[in-house]
Design a protein around this ligand. Sequence first.
Ligand code: ASP
Length: 427
Amino acid sequence: MSLTQRIVSAMLMGLFVGALLNILTSGAMLPVAIKSWLELYLVNGLFDSVGQIFVRSLKLLVVPLVFVSLICGVSSLGNNARMGAVASKTVALYMATTAIAIALAIMVAVIVQPGAGIDLALATEFVAKEAPPLKDTIINIFPSNPVQSMANGSILQVIVFSLLMGLAISKSGEKGKRISEFFNDFNEVIMKMVMILMRLAPYGIFCLLAKLFADVGIGMILNLAKYFFTVLFVLLLHSLGVYTIIFKFFTGLSVRMFLSKMRSTLVLAFSTSSSGATMPVTLRTVEKRLGVDNRVASFTVPLGATINMDGTAIMQGVATVFIAQAYNIGLGLDGYLTVVLTATLASIGTAAVPGVGLVMLVMVLNQVGLPVEGIGLIIGVDRLLDMTRTATNVTGDAMVTTVIANSENFLDRDIFNDPEAGLMQDV
Ligand code: ASP
């Protein structure tokens, strides 16, 4: 089997084994002693540990990869005036797709009415986490101590530092060239690490999903079916509809090829629920499989993993309408416009970690005066939706990256069109 096939099978097996364990441990079929053994040693022991170790190993690569890869990209782009154009086009496209995503979500939710007639007593308690004010968020993009930024994993700060360093290297003549060569070699080594880890991905993915589905169970979905499937529907509509149109319009390339090459990356995003943890693999996929030049991808992919969250915006759009309907509060057109604007800006200010979508949702709800406790109504299925929206987020990062690279002539179409290019077999 190819690695992609193994990864997809691991996902399916993880879902199946997890769901089965959930049924076994919650029903009366097995003796209590066996049930607690399964929970203690298998689900919370083996599966949880292997899953966590896998996610940690992926995250381990994020800071070194962003630092080294971006320095390579910027130092070889050098004084090329295109850097500014790449940056502004990328941010504009990330924000535009997010605004479209949330507008689409609001429209569908207003039609479907997922929150009508919901029993407010079903809400579980929800304690809102504070989101930082916008001013602090902007100031915080700029590092005062690069080592601290790296230690804290503040990706935007690492991006700023690496941009500056890459630029300086490109302006340092012979000496800069030597350093640049070192970073190029270093980059290859880190890419190898990504590949080594991907060999372990089937085991990690299996364990992550088996643990999650053993804990959560699918029954949760039934109570909130309308909300759950509305979010899912808009996620699909956005990923397969909006992205397809944008991609086709700007590049003319095959969407099917794009999606088939993204398959294992998307399974990884789904299993880890973190664009950040998936980022090293996203970067490898867009460079080696889709043919995007490192000079574009090293900037757009980490940036996207941090600020571009279309799937999360979709959840927020549907959730806002859902909560407004559940509490019988009319939002009106200006309310919805405020939601679009706040969610688009909030997506820039929050880091890419599991569950961050809820922190952003608090900001949105506060802005339009909806009760934050309403989040308690939807929290039961949020973990499951987090997986699917993360896959959308990552698709968006890769799609925008390819579109920008194409527009700047930094896309190798031969690599893109070659189904075998960059396959991860040769570790
Ligand atoms: N888990 C999502 C991501 O990393 C963010 C979220 O929706 O909470 O892309």
